[in-house]
Every structure is written in C-alpha cells, then in structure tokens.
Design a protein around this ligand. Structure first.
Ligand SMILES: *[C@@H]1O[C@H](CO)[C@@H](O)[C@H](O)[C@H]1NC(C)=O
Ligand SMILES: *[C@@H]1O[C@H](CO)[C@@H](O)[C@H](O)[C@H]1NC(C)=O
Ligand SMILES: *[C@@H]1O[C@H](CO)[C@@H](O)[C@H](O)[C@H]1NC(C)=O
Ligand SMILES: *[C@@H]1O[C@H](CO)[C@@H](O)[C@H](O)[C@H]1NC(C)=O
Ligand SMILES: *[C@@H]1O[C@H](CO)[C@@H](O)[C@H](O)[C@H]1NC(C)=O
Length: 316
C-alpha cells in the first residue's frame, strides 16, 4: 500500500491500523521513538530507502526536503500534500509547475514500511523522517525526529495557494506567517537555510533580474556580479530552467547559504534580508546552531486537523 494516491484506500488503511494497533492509537502527542514497539525498524527502513534513492537520483534531495515543508505549512504536518483526488483539487496540484516532486519516493518508503509493519507508520511521519535523512545524507547534522503524527484526510488546492508563502514575500510577511504557525524569527532563519540544497526555477526570482518594480528594472540589492551570472542562465520568461540555490554546493547540506545572504546573493528574500546588514531584524545564529536546529522547528507545526486518530474514527 502506497501513501495516499486516493483518499479512500488510505483512510481505510489508517482506520484498519487504528483498530489493530491500540498502542499507536493511544499515543498522545509526539515523541522520539514513537514506533519503537510497533515497528522497531521503521527509522532504519526509511534511512535505507532514502540512501538507495539518493544514490541513483541525488537531485531529489531538495524536492524531498521541500515536501515536508509544504506539507507542514498547509494544515500542519499531516501528510495532506500527498493526497490525491480524481478532480485534481488537492494541495499537490497547486504546485504542479513549481517543482514539487518526489512523491514516488515517499510511496516507495511507505511500501517498504508496509511490508515490515502493515498500517503502522503514518505518511506524515514518513515525510518528517525523510527530511531528516535527506539533511543527514547530504552532509547535515543528525537530529532526533519526534514521531506519532496522524495523517489528515483533507487536502484543498486553494489552501495551498493561500498558505504557502510566495518567494516574493517580504520579511514582515515572512515573520508574520511563521508566527501564525508558532514559529519564531529564529525558525525562519534556520528553515531558510534549507535552500542550501536543491535548485530553483528561474520564475521564482526572475522579477529580481528583469522587472523588479514593474519598470523593467533589476533588484538593486542583488549583488550585480551574481545578477549578471543568473541572467545568463535565466532568460526573461524562462519557465523551465533550474539553477542551483547554493551555487557550487547545491548538493551539500552546509551553511554556505547563509554566507550567500551575507554577500547579497540569495535567490529569494532579496528585498528583505540582503540589506547592508544581512538578516536585519532576525536573530543571527552560531553556525552549529543553524545546522542542528534545521527543521526541528517544523515539529511544532503539527496539524490539529491530522493529529487525532479519534477524529478519524468519529468522522468515519
Ligand atoms: C484545521 O482546519 C480548519 C478548517 O479547515 C482550519 O481553519 C485550520 O487552520 C486548520 N488547522 C491547521 C493547524 O492547519
Ligand atoms: C504546467 O504543467 C502542466 C501539466 O503538467 C503542463 O501541461 C504545462 O505545460 C506546464 N506549464 C508551464 C508553464 O510549465
Ligand atoms: C510587505 O508585504 C505586505 C504584503 O504584500 C505589504 O502589505 C507590506 O506593506 C510590506 N511591508 C514592507 C515593509 O515592505
Ligand atoms: C513588468 O511588470 C509590469 C507590472 O507588473 C508589467 O506591466 C510589464 O508588462 C512587465 N514587463 C515585462 C517585460 O514583463
Ligand atoms: C475527514 O475526517 C473528518 C473527521 O475528522 C470528517 O468529518 C470528514 O468528513 C473527512 N473528510 C473526508 C473527505 O473523508
């Protein structure tokens, strides 16, 4: 059984496991090692599957990290980004042209877990564990992931458009949107460090190159050498080209992204953070901190809508 391709089978699976595995059902809140008894190898299985995927498709590291982020920002971390519907009105269809991919990898991990322990590990937890294993296998620091998330059953395209912060948002909006989810300015800084791996479509930042204020101008805050180089890769209205977000080390989970910001070279957040004093108004963190705490902040975004088995039971 793969992760939710369709609402119904997945719900059935969730419900089945609810009745078969009281231990899971009674789990209150998140904790490290949630699956220790019900599926002791769960985390090892995820780790191995991700190692295999990255060995043949290293470019999936960025997208897989991003799946967890997108999931958490819409309705909390409850797997809603994975849900499908016959009419294509779920969250995943909001990003069709915006490089959200890696669903097959999540399915593959889920299949491996189902084989070992049917109906135990939630898809939302898989996304969280995969994000950690991506960070670690690309050179980041290991961190414990609390598990015990419940999968939600609601996924609405328009909510994704509403709740995901656009790449053009300013620092005020970013901080406010993070605060709404219980995330601090520090969380904002560490999470933006996730741009240390992966690529971006030109469309996400081409306004900074060609039409910043609507007068065919460039963003003056973007380093001019970097801008010139980006223009070579990204022609106006280029919808397809991908560029590295952290040029030269886009497959390594390091702190170079923060160095780029200091040099006024981030692809996004330009207007907000690449002032003379980078990160003005948001805390500066020691290097180690930036890596260790990466993504941990997302834990607190757990969806009230997905976190309760009993709700499913009643709803069903
Ligand atoms: C839960 O769902 C309600 C109604 O759809 C929504 O207003 C609320 O923001 C959701 N909660 C989270 C944490 O996303
Ligand atoms: C967006 O995605 C759809 C479906 O995959 C595709 O047909 C269309 O060409 C894409 N549009 C752009 C601008 O990439
Ligand atoms: C930030 O963006 C919001 C929404 O677009 C806008 O209302 C606000 O005035 C902007 N703030 C600054 C300081 O530019
Ligand atoms: C630049 O932006 C303005 C305002 O959004 C728009 O009217 C204009 O067509 C854009 N120019 C180009 C070359 O895309
Ligand atoms: C999702 O579950 C809730 C109860 O938690 C229920 O009210 C709702 O009808 C379910 N939605 C779908 C699409 O199954």
């Amino acid at each position: 059984m793969a992760c939710p391709k369709l609402f119904l089978p997945c719900l059935l699976l969730q419900l089945t496991s609810l009745f078969l595995v009281p231990e899971v059902a009674h789990g209150q809140g998140l904790r490290v090692g949630f699956y220790q008894k019900a599926c002791p190898n769960a985390e090892a299985i995820v780790k191995e599957a991700i190692a295999q995927v990255l060995s043949v498709a290293p470019s999936l590291s960025g997208p897989l990290l991003r799946l967890h982020f997108h999931d958490c920002f819409v309705r909390g971390c409850e797997g809603s980004v994975l849900l499908d519907s016959p009419t294509h009105q779920t969250e995943k269809y909001a990003f069709r042209n915006h490089s959200l991919r890696g669903y097959e990898t999540i399915d593959r991990v889920k299949t491996a877990l189902e084989k070992a322990c049917p109906g135990i590990v939630s898809c939302a937890d898989i996304l969280a564990l995969v994000a950690r294993d991506i960070a670690v296998s690309t050179g980041g620091v290991f961190y414990d992931v609390e598990t015990g998330r419940r999968d939600g059953n609601v996924s609405i395209l328009t909510e994704a458009r509403r709740d995901l912060i656009p790449p053009t948002a300013n620092i005020t909006t970013l901080k406010a949107d993070f605060a709404k989810r219980g995330l601090s300015a520090k969380d904002l800084v560490v999470l933006s460090g996730g741009h240390t791996i992966g690529t971006s479509h030109c469309t996400a930042f081409s306004n900074r190159l060609y039409n910043f204020t609507g007068k065919s101008d460039a963003d003056p805050k973007l380093d001019s050498n970097y801008r010139a180089r980006l223009k070579l890769s990204c022609k106006p209205n280029d919808q397809t080209t991908l560029v590295e977000m952290d040029p030269g080390s886009a497959r390594t989970f390091d702190i170079k992204y923060f160095e780029l910001i200091a040099k006024r070279r981030p692809l996004y957040f330009g207007r907000r953070t690449s002032r003379r004093r980078p990160n003005q108004g948001v805390p500066r963190l020691p290097n180690q901190d930036r890596r260790v705490h990466f993504l941990q902040g997302l834990w607190s975004v757990d969806g009230e809508n997905g976190s309760d088995w009993r709700a499913h039971r009643n709803g069903w």
